[in-house]
Design a protein around this ligand. Structure first.
Ligand code: SF4
Ligand code: SF4
Length: 388
């Protein structure tokens, strides 16, 4: 379950917080806090906002559970506190329970990021016993028909709400990820109400970020400026109304912001992303940047990748920056924004993220934010030949 989830910011502190103990950080190279483990690209849903790459990795390419267990041990030794078991849909892995247990045994705080499809009550109980600490469950809307249409899967809404009840009954902390775009942004209040009624402790109003399949569907998903402004006012009112009941996380969506977000807390500073086949990326979209060399956990220990992999070194720190970032007082705050977005929108991965109003290309973002088109979604589907 990807997109608009917690991976554009440093690994989100989750309910119950942190890992299971971490030594002080040495000077020099920072240590990562979070690992996004993309266990598979397989997923029964077809969300048009999915940020998975267009070229999905098939079942045959996936790392086995023993390799994941080694990766988790290496991650913990490197200082990682939290692992996010994600995908695709992690429940598509028949060995998910074994993988979750291995993450817990490595000493990591285990967050399961799921669409909920493929998780029965029995399976979620087994996952809780295996050591899952927290569940992030996505919803596509507050209304069943619309939610199922967006997910491209009939009956998804009903199954998700039933699973949420079971998660809460087991005492597992639950975050609801409400992924918003033009079709549902006017129902943010109803989605927060739903999350609260389901017993979630937190709801993330996650605006679509335009990578992978979402980029392909950008004009069909893009909210209008008026919708975004209304949504901001709605969220402020909801925070006041629900302040004792549920935490509401929300940030201004990229294309409507003045400053970019500090993508993952800075390239190669706080997190690692391991693809289903084992390539280690500084962020889940990094493969869009041509010429970067990604090392695999099949060939290198994680610590070596973190320190020496050309992809991690490419945009670490600030030495690679051009103007206006190079002399900007915010350069250590937002690190020039997102490298993948800079490349996708300007063709230059070292450019200032054009989301920034100081970028000479910022006017292009404004034009894209104003470009809505009511065309059918192009659903994210995996070819049957890839073992979907
Ligand atoms: S299709 Fe939907 S549920 Fe599946 S990985 Fe993509 S965003 Fe997540
Ligand atoms: S110019 Fe660069 S460093 Fe300064 S605010 Fe914009 S993106 Fe951030």
């Amino acid at each position: 379950m990807v997109n608009a989830e917690p991976f554009r910011s440093p690994p989100a502190p989750l309910a119950g917080e942190g890992g299971r103990g971490r030594a002080a950080e040495p000077p020099g190279l920072p240590r990562p806090l979070g690992l996004l483990a993309e266990l598979t690209h397989r997923c029964p849903l077809g969300c048009p906002y999915c940020s998975n790459p267009l070229a999905l990795e098939g079942r045959d390419a996936e790392l086995d559970s023993a390799t994941w267990a080694r990766v988790f041990r290496e991650a913990a030794a490197l200082g990682v506190l939290q692992v996010h078991l994600s995908g695709g849909e992690p429940a598509a892995r028949h060995d998910l329970i074994e993988i979750a247990r291995a993450a817990r045994e490595a000493g990591l705080y285990v967050n399961l990021v799921t669409s909920g499809i493929g998780l029965t009550g029995e399976r979620i109980r087994a996952l809780a016993e295996a050591g899952v600490d927290h569940v992030q469950l996505s919803i596509q809307d507050s209304e069943a028909d619309s939610a199922d249409r967006i997910a491209g899967y009939r009956g998804a809404f009903r199954r998700k709400t039933a699973l949420a009840a079971e998660i809460v009954r087991l005492g597992l902390p639950l975050t609801v990820n409400a992924v918003v775009h033009r079709a549902n942004i006017d129902r943010i209040a109803a989605m927060v109400e739903l999350a609260a009624a389901l017993g979630a402790g937190r709801v993330e109003i996650a605006h679509v970020q335009y990578y992978g399949w979402a980029l392909r569907n950008r004009a069909a998903l893009m909210p209008t400026r008026e919708q975004v402004e209304r949504a901001a006012a709605t969220v402020a009112a909801l925070r006041a109304r629900y302040r004792r009941q549920i935490v509401i996380d929300s940030v201004v969506p990229d294309y409507h912001a003045r400053f970019p977000k500090p993508c993952l807390g800075g390239w190669g500073r706080r997190s690692l992303n391991v693809t289903p086949a084992g390539r280690v990326l500084p962020c889940h979209a990094a493969e869009v940047i041509p010429g970067l060399e990604f090392w695999s956990v099949r060939d290198h220990p994680l610590a070596e990748i973190w320190e020496h992999s050309p992809a991690f070194r490419a945009f670490r720190g600030t030495a690679w920056m051009q103007e206006p970032c190079a002399r900007c007082p915010r350069r250590e705050q937002d690190f020039g924004g997102c490298r993948c977005q800079a490349f996708l929108l300007t063709g230059d991965a070292a450019a200032t993220d054009p989301v920034c109003h100081l970028s000479p290309r910022h006017h292009e973002i404004a034009a894209l934010a104003a470009a809505q088109a009511d065309r059918p979604y192009r659903y994210r589907r995996m070819p049957a030949s890839a073992g979907a």
